[in-house]
Design a binder for this molecule. Structure first.
Ligand code: 5GP
Ligand code: MN
Length: 317
């Protein structure tokens, strides 16, 4: 089966690039570092985890120094791509390392994965890419050390919203219990990655809440943040990640929308407790999961708001 073949290929390879989606979250960071730690334990000579930038809260992950901005070689024996439905989700500056690699392996949990790897381990119902790794490693004879379990539980905690999303499974809790028994401080990681914010993050959330509008009979929420707001508040990487879900905590709200200005337009995050928002994002060239998806629209905030609300209200039933 695929996992047997992957481990054979890993055994043959010596140089690895490990990639995940741009603007990494806890699942992207935890999954890449879990793989990187496993490769390190196998004594591999070159392990480059590439991110342009990542949230400072993940500096606690074991062997975070394997994360680099620049590749050390141009042609790797293997590219391992995590938490990406297609290669376009990786920073464009790193895409060439996937193309140039002798073997491409991917693990992912997104809908509509393009199966771009030579080996694809894709399970769209898994709540986190890290959970797929947690269940795959034993079949690959990769020992889940305390360090690897720390990385994996970080991905699982962040992508399940602290075990609260519907995607959470029995295996999620079984792995958390097992990690605890291995000495991983699960509650500490939970507090660090989900319940701790910097002053700038708090100020950004305060602004987003103050701007949040309830629309369409209080079934849709909309809020936004401009680049100017971010600069003024000193917002750092990842600090806006919690804003998208705020609207979904209001009783009766079906779809929460957060538009956040980037260099290439407004990145729109959609969240729902029930309705498939990946369908809406697909119409705007994006995608994601059923209840958490995104897209980018290059227009003014007024135009963005009009376009997304027009489309979103058609998806209310
Ligand atoms: P977020 O709103 O947190 O950035 O993204 C939510 C989910 O939607 C994530 O799984 C993310 O990978 C996916 N997503 C966000 N933006 C895009 C996009 O532009 N294209 C695709 N295909 N997926 C996206
Ligand atoms: Mn993920």
């Amino acid at each position: 089966m695929t996992l047997d073949e992957i481990i054979k290929e890993i055994n043959k390879a010596e140089t690895f690039v490990v990639l995940a989606h741009e603007n990494p979250d806890g699942d992207a960071m935890g999954s890449t570092l879990a793989i990187a730690n496993a490769l390190k334990n196998m004594g591999k000579s070159t392990i480059d985890v590439l991110f342009k930038e990542y949230p400072a809260i993940f500096n606690m992950l074991p062997n975070i120094d394997l994360v680099k901005k620049e590749a050390s070689i141009s042609h790797y024996d293997m590219a391992i791509v995590l938490d990406c439905p297609d290669t376009k989700r990786v920073s464009s500056i790193y895409e060439e390392y996937i193309e140039n690699a002798k073997v491409i392996v991917q693990f992912d949990h997104h809908l509509r994965n393009t199966m771009f790897g030579d080996y694809n381990v894709v399970n769209p119902v898994a709540p986190a890419c890290a959970q797929i790794l947690a269940s795959s490693f034993p079949y690959m004879n990769i020992e889940i050390t305390q360090d690897i379990a720390t990385c994996l539980i970080t991905g699982i905690i962040t992508d399940t919203g602290g075990f609260r999303f519907d995607s959470t499974t029995t295996e999620t809790f079984e792995f958390a219990g097992w990690a605890l028994s291995k000495g991983v401080n699960v509650s500490k990681i939970y507090k660090e990655v989900l319940m701790t914010k910097s002053k700038s993050q708090f100020e950004a959330e305060k602004l987003a809440v103050s701007r949040l509008e309830l629309l369409e009979n209080d079934k849709i929420t909309f809020t936004y943040m401009t680049k100017e707001d971010e600069q003024r508040l000193g917002v750092k990487a990842g600090e806006l990640d919690g804003i998208a879900t705020i609207g979904t905590t209001i009783k009766g709200v079906e779809i929460a929308i957060f538009a956040h200005e980037r260099d290439n337009g407004f990145k729109i995050s959609f969240r729902s407790n029930r309705i498939d928002v990946s369908d809406i994002c697909m119409l705007f060239g994006g995608g994601g999961h059923k209840l958490a998806a995104g897209c980018t629209i290059d227009a003014s905030i007024e135009e963005v708001k009009k376009a997304v609300i027009e489309e979103t209200k058609k998806h209310l039933d």
